[in-house]
Write a protein that binds this ligand. Structure first.
Ligand code: DGY
Length: 312
């Protein structure tokens, strides 16, 4: 019996045919998600029926979904985060979970840099203003006179820190397990979480989030930030308490924020009403170049696992 692969990504192969060609060459049967949207649990179970492997996006693979797919042997994430997968249940059911952690680094880091320049120079705000006939000139801030704090010095956080160093910002960072050798080489000062919050003019959040874990940046952390600071979150919506962030922006404790990720996606909440908040719909890794590479790697990883080669 032919092995079967379900591709849950709604935009699969939009950035090049290479991943589809790989699937065709594998000889495995494959089914694509043609709904054009992120799938719900019942839809995954229905569309992936009989699947040995899934190329997965951010849709949720909880215990019920995994139990609904008894043949499943591998979930290959096109991306880095696996917080949408019940890893404990996957382990018990013998499902291997693989991801593409390296490809996402540069696009997410570049989006972070873009957000920071936009916040410091009010690019989007002034564009919106001119579109409605205005000519209001906002005085910006120099990045090179600011301290950028990086919360979470994993692959992406380290890259962000390196890019900001090259742009002449002061860069400080915090991580539970910092790589001191890297920090010394990069010229990044590793500080306590308290110091990071109180010293940063711009706080960039790059943490991994376990399902159900409390926000890493909650009301207390926001209150400890410098008055007039900016916050950028491109990691996971759950990392920052959105209600507390809304308060901190409304009472002018923070000067602005840029968010690519939200606790509930798609997001349509009150943060979108604030003029000093930049919002993008979870596009951190979504560039033509990285997306094509991520999809190809996700297919390669899946094929390796289903053919019995270890990639973990
Ligand atoms: C990731 O890689 O987890 C990004 O959030 C996009 O999928």
């Amino acid at each position: 019996m032919k092995k079967k692969v379900f591709v849950a990504l709604s935009s699969f192969a939009r950035h090049g045919q290479a991943p589809v060609e790989l699937l065709k060459k594998s000889g495995f049967e494959f089914v694509l998600n043609t709904s054009g949207k992120r799938l719900g649990s019942q839809e995954i179970i229905a569309m992936a029926v009989g699947a040995d492997g899934i190329i997965a996006g951010l849709e949720v693979y909880d215990r019920a979904v995994l139990e609904g797919l008894p043949r499943l042997k591998c979930i290959s994430r096109c991306g880095v985060g696996t917080d949408n997968i019940d890893l404990a249940a996957a382990r018990i059911k013998g499902i291997t979970v693989v991801n593409t952690p390296d490809v996402v680094v540069q696009p997410v880091a570049e989006l972070t840099v873009g957000f920071v320049f936009d916040l410091l120079r009010s690019l989007t705000r002034q564009t919106e203003d001119m579109r409605s006939g205005g000519w209001v000139r906002h005085t910006g801030y120099l990045l090179s006179s600011k301290t950028v704090g990086v919360l979470g010095l994993g692959r992406i956080g380290r890259r962000v820190a390196e890019l900001f160093k090259r742009l002449d910002a002061q860069v400080i960072g915090y991580d539970l397990q910092p790589d001191q050798a890297w920090a010394d080489k990069a010229g990044v000062a590793v500080v306590s979480k308290e110091a990071l919050l109180s010293r940063s003019h711009v706080l960039c959040v790059h943490v991994a989030c376990a399902d159900g874990a409390p926000a890493v940046v909650g009301a207390g952390e926001l209150a400890s930030m410098k008055k007039g600071a900016f916050l950028v979150n491109v990691s996971r919506g759950q990392a920052v308490d959105e209600t507390a962030l809304l308060d901190a922006l409304k009472n002018n404790h923070l000067a602005g924020a840029a968010l690519d990720v939200f606790a509930q996606e798609p997001y349509n909440g009150p943060l979108s009403q604030l003029p000093n908040v930049l919002l993008t719909p979870h596009v951190g890794s979504l560039t033509h170049e990285s997306r094509a590479q991520m999809e190809t790697e996700a297919v390669e990883n899946l094929l390796k696992v289903l053919s019995g080669f270890s990639v973990v």
